[in-house]
Design a protein around this ligand. Structure first.
Ligand code: NAP
Ligand code: FE
Length: 364
């Protein structure tokens, strides 16, 4: 049985926020705006949202202290601000971190007795409406039901277990024009890994595959620019399209081994999210017993072999971290206990195969 659900209205293009400002009206009279520390104020996205709200007479309160890979503690702090201000809806502006945080906060406002960590174990909760304004081209969080929080109790990153899709996703490539090349590459590789894990995943369908195949084409066309470090505005638009397509894909399929294995690298080794996925990806591809769909994916991007693609990934994101045998063992245990991610992979994988992927990617 195939199901396909993507209930978010997507507004993509130049001046998406201002030109579609009227859409905010439906969600209430007071908004919580959720951002990271700096970028939203620098790239114009925060100003555009404020202007749109002012035009409609909607009040707002700002929480601008979301860190990368947001922690449950930060989400609780922001939820307290939102509850005290009695907001009607939340607007997440930024990369995946503020957008994800805004979803978790929206659930906590609707369920005021709960704390962020309760979300992991209490599925099916309602939320106040969420609007997402993406400023990186990576996570696709603007069109997914997921929110990843850092749980310092379990010492890892986890999906919050709720299904809150943003009501509206605003995507304006101009917010990404001044993004540093390192963030551009890491987030682009995250977008690719969503497309790839979805396409090769157990829940792939003709509907999600058609989106993924368009995403591969857009991503592959930008590889020369990413390698050169000279990314045009047209490339930035393509990367944003690829990223949103990746989000639409994983909203159906979920992610699998690279994401599940990469969380340990981010939590313990401070490797940025997209970088970790990309560093694990070639070994993940080699682990497939049935290589037919892997080859189909690579061919769509103009590669004949895994090694040719691996060499591009290595140039884009050189590996600078090595893991000890002990670390590989611990991280492997973490992955093999993550049933949600394992079941999204279409083949059975042994502990040895998981530790083999870590070894190939990060072995001394
Ligand atoms: P991020 O953590 O949101 O941001 C990374 C850095 O980029 C921050 O320093 C941020 O600065 C900066 N930044 C953001 N937009 C910028 C711009 N336009 N120009 C310059 N700098 C900018 O990065 P991300 O990779 O987008 O998100 C990663 C998070 O999303 C992880 O927690 C990951 O697990 C999660 N994720 C979620 C999904 C999902 O479906 N929900 C999927 C994949 C990953 P400021 O802090 O100042 O804003
Ligand atoms: Fe991701």
């Amino acid at each position: 049985m195939i199901q396909f659900l993507m209930p978010t209205r997507v507004c993509f293009g130049e001046n998406a926020v201002i030109e579609n400002a009227a859409l905010f009206k439906a969600f209430g009279k007071k908004a919580l705006i959720v951002t990271g520390k700096r970028s939203a104020k620098r790239n114009g996205s925060y100003d555009d949202v404020l202007k749109a709200l002012e035009m409609l007479g909607i009040e707002s309160v700002l929480f601008d202290d979301i860190e990368e890979n947001p922690s449950c503690e930060t989400v609780d702090k922001a939820a307290a601000v939102a509850k005290a201000a009695e907001v009607d809806f939340a607007i997440g502006i930024g990369g995946g971190s503020p957008m994800d945080a805004s979803k978790a906060i929206a659930v906590l406002v609707k369920n005021p007795t709960l704390k962020a960590r309760d979300l992991f174990t209490t599925p099916g909760l309602e939320a106040i409406p969420v609007i997402a304004v993406a400023t990186t081209s990576g996570t696709g969080s603007e069109v997914t039901q997921y929110a990843i929080m850092t749980d310092h109790v379990d010492q890892t990153k986890k999906n919050y277990g709720q299904t809150v899709f943003p009501e509206v996703a605003f995507l304006d490539p101009k917010y990404t024009y001044d993004m540093p090349i390192s963030v551009t590459i890491n987030t682009a590789v995250d977008a690719f890994s969503h497309l790839g894990e979805g396409y090769l995943g157990a829940k792939a369908s003709p509907f999600s595959d058609s989106l993924a195949e368009k995403g591969f084409e857009l991503f592959a066309a930008c590889i020369p620019a990413l390698l050169k470090g000279e990314v045009t505005h047209e490339d930035r638009k393509s990367l944003m399209e690829a990223s949103t397509l990746g989000g639409m894909v994983i909203a159906q399929t979920g992610t699998s081994l690279p994401h599940g294995m990469g969380y340990a690298m981010t939590y313990n080794k401070h490797v940025p999210h997209g970088m970790a996925n990309g560093q694990l990806f070639a070994a993940f591809l080699k682990a497939f017993k049935d290589q037919s769909k892997v080859m189909k994916m690579l061919n769509k991007m103009g590669f004949e072999t895994i090694e040719a693609f691996e060499s591009v990934l290595k140039q884009l994101i050189p590996v600078t971290v090595t893991l000890t045998e002990e670390e590989i063992e611990t991280f492997t245990k973490g992955m093999t206990s993550n049933q949600a991610k394992l079941k999204n992979h279409p083949e059975t994988v042994s502990d040895e195969e998981i530790s083999g992927i870590y070894k190939q990617s990060y072995g001394a």
